[in-house]
Design a protein around this ligand. Structure first.
Ligand code: TXA
Ligand code: MG
Length: 328
């Protein structure tokens, strides 16, 4: 016997469009993680996103749009390198922070003078966005500070109680293909600044935009998702060396209920529950959050993690792991 389908769930983009038009919430699949979406032009709808997520109101949201043609509606100024980035990387896991136009109200920008924009690469959500026509403000569809969802099961486990069946919709687009949140680039100055690492590497941003990424942060730009403690499961996360496990990992945890997330090449010492053994960096990113969710579902007290080596997406995975480790 399988459980009856949740009345929240749908695989029809039209249901999500109807929810957005009615000022309700639509959880949308993207290639990175699931987003908790609302009509970006309706403050009351966006206010519910903050309430359901438990997120402080001064944390800005990403506005998801159907294509780069929407840039001029939401952004007041678009430097050439940002136009090139949009043309080359959208739809895709890249978010551009730009000076906001009046369409981007305080309710989505957290009162900042900038707006974050992205065209997600998922066929169902692209249908939703083009049919809806407006912008969809959407943070990751998890409670504030917790692990992002990469399947509808994760979404329902965390948010079902706060969503209203028959009014809000969770659009099932299958497991997310990338698995970690988009790269965020500040495009408010003469050169791009990396605010959050993701699948599009800093090198790629420089190459696609034609202007090298510069280090550092502009004082005026706040990206609160970059809090040290974020993306955290209930289990304690212990990040080990990139190369391998120590000989006696049990001594690290002092705890019998520990899980292991490590590349396939790393064997599982006896006593540890293997949560995942991804083959390569892409697979690692794809299973990362599912493994952390699984650790909590199993009631594990600790997760030992051997992170992937390398730059780009591997660096993004290590970034999220270090924040998960700081979470408890
Ligand atoms: O892949 C993603 O980006 C996913 C999917 C759903 O698109 N979204 C996502 O949203 O990760 P969220 O809200 O969990 O993280 C967005 C990050 C936050 O850290 C926020 O501070 C930053 O984007 N952000 C949003 N608007 C910003 C702005 N105007 N300036 C600087 N940072 C901004
Ligand atoms: Mg998030």
């Amino acid at each position: 016997m399988t459980a009856p389908p949740s009345p929240l769930l749908s695989d029809d983009p039209a249901d999500a469009v109807a929810a957005l038009r009615a000022g309700r919430l639509a959880v949308l699949p993207t290639e990175t993680v699931y987003g908790l979406g609302a009509d970006a032009s309706r403050p009351s709808a966006v206010a519910r996103v903050y309430a359901v997520k438990g997120r402080p109101a001064d944390h800005p949201l990403i506005v998801h749009v159907a294509d780069a043609g929407a840039l001029d509606r939401w952004a007041a100024a678009v430097p050439d390198y940002a136009s090139r980035l949009a043309a080359a990387a959208w739809p895709g896991p890249l978010t551009l922070v730009l000076p906001r136009a009046s369409a981007a109200g305080d309710h989505v920008t957290g009162g900042q003078d900038t707006v974050a924009l992205r065209v997600p690469d998922h066929p169902l959500t692209l249908q939703v966005l083009s049919s809806f026509g407006g912008g969809v403000a959407a943070p990751s569809a998890n409670r504030f500070g917790r692990v992002s969802p990469t399947t509808v099961r994760h979404v329902l486990a965390e948010l079902a109680a706060a969503l209203v069946p028959g009014q809000d919709v969770v659009l099932d687009g299958g497991p997310c293909g990338v698995g970690v949140e988009s790269t965020i680039v500040d495009c408010t100055g003469p050169a791009p600044v990396l605010l959050r690492p993701g699948a599009v590497s800093a090198d790629e941003v420089g190459r696609l935009g034609g202007v090298q990424v510069v280090a550092g942060r502009r004082a005026a730009v706040r990206a609160p998702g970059m809090l040290a403690a974020h993306y955290a499961p209930a289990a304690r996360v212990v990040v080990l060396d990139v190369e391998a496990l120590p000989e006696h990992p049990g001594s690290l945890t002092g705890d019998p209920d520990a899980g292991l997330l490590a590349p396939r090449a790393v064997p599982t010492p006896s006593g540890l529950v293997r949560l995942a053994g991804p083959e390569d960096t892409e697979a690692y990113a794809r299973v990362l959050y599912a493994a952390l969710h699984e650790a909590d579902a199993l009631g594990l007290a600790t997760v030992l993690v051997v992170p992937p080596a390398g730059g780009g997406l591997a660096a993004a995975v290590r970034d999220r792991l270090s924040r998960a480790a700081a979470g408890r």
